[in-house]
Design a protein around this ligand. Structure first.
Ligand SMILES: NC(=O)c1ccc[n+]([C@@H]2O[C@H](COP(=O)([O-])OP(=O)(O)OC[C@H]3O[C@@H](n4cnc5c(N)ncnc54)[C@H](O)[C@@H]3O)[C@@H](O)[C@H]2O)c1
Length: 256
């Protein structure tokens, strides 16, 4: 119940999928949750779920790809809660499914603006407060696609690969400051993002599920709670000796 007692977390993209599930789990474990979300209704819904169950959450409308927006929201979290112990860089989009020679610059930038610059901006503005607090835990949501190739989503692979590399670099740069930085690499997790992606495929969601079930040795896709528990471990002091780690939560996908 108290694995994150008295800690404060910023969770980006907390209005749906893994971000919402992680926010709810963190609140149950005694954490105050700053919900950073571009979609106001979804963000507010996460906050009401938490607060109506006795937790403590507050909503900030944030587009993680907008530097000023991120800076002012992070400063405001400090005004509200006084410190930031945990940053979960979760907000992400998949973008278009095209090969490199078919991509426009705008399509490339669309994914990088959210998935890479978003992680950069949130880390940039949270770290100074963690330095002041002399500790912190940052968890970056990369993907199995950040370290492996596949049949789809080229710019997403490149963006999640950047997040993987940023994690290693930040882990080394801030290790002496007691700020730990780790990445999580989920396989297919049934969230709104994946349901939308699967529905766009030829044969729809059913065909997508069939392919994805076969690709995961465990025989099925994951659930948001599977990733939320990984975030909980890396955010808590239980992982105090863990930094720069690459945690696959993928039903064995990356073991093949
Ligand atoms: N679902 C999967 O199978 C899977 C697998 C590997 C990695 N991931 C990664 O995990 C993370 C969460 O994925 P999910 O499936 O829960 O996604 P989701 O689409 O279900 O939820 C993402 C949330 O982020 C928000 N968001 C999008 N752009 C934003 C922005 N610019 N600023 C703030 N919020 C923004 C969305 O509104 C949404 O609420 C993403 O980074 C994703 O790339 C997902």
């Amino acid at each position: 119940m108290d694995r994150l007692k008295d800690k404060v977390a910023i969770i980006t993209g907390a209005g749906a999928g893994m971000g919402r599930e992680t926010s709810i789990l963190f609140a149950k474990e005694g954490c105050k949750v700053a919900v950073f979300e571009i979609n106001e209704k979804d963000g507010m819904d996460t906050v009401s779920i938490i607060n109506s169950n006795g937790g403590n959450a507050k909503f900030w409308k944030v587009d993680v790809s907008n530097e000023l927006n991120v800076k002012s929201a992070v400063d405001d979290v400090i005004n509200t809660y006084g410190k930031i112990d945990i940053l979960i860089n979760n907000a992400g989009i998949t973008g278009v499914d095209k090969k490199t020679h078919e991509l426009s610059l705008a399509e490339w930038d669309q994914v990088f603006n959210v998935d890479v610059k978003g992680v950069f901006f949130c880390t940039k503005y949270v770290v100074p407060y963690m330095l002041k607090n002399k500790k912190g835990s940052i968890v970056n949501l990369s993907s199995i696609y950040g370290t492996l190739g596949s049949h789809e989503l080229t710019p997403y692979h490149a963006a999640k690969g950047a997040v993987f590399a940023m994690t290693k670099q930040d882990a080394l740069n801030y290790a002496k400051d007691n700020i730990r930085v780790n990445s999580i690499h989920p396989g297919t997790i049934m969230t709104p993002l994946v349901i939308e992606l699967g529905s766009r495929m030829e044969g729809g969601l059913e065909a997508y599920n069939k392919i994805m079930n076969e690709k995961h040795p465990i025989g099925h896709a994951g659930e948001p709670i599977d990733v939320a528990y990984g975030c909980l471990y890396l955010a808590s002091d239980e992982s105090k000796f863990v930094t720069g780690a690459t945690l696959y939560i993928d039903g064995g996908y990356s073991a093949m």
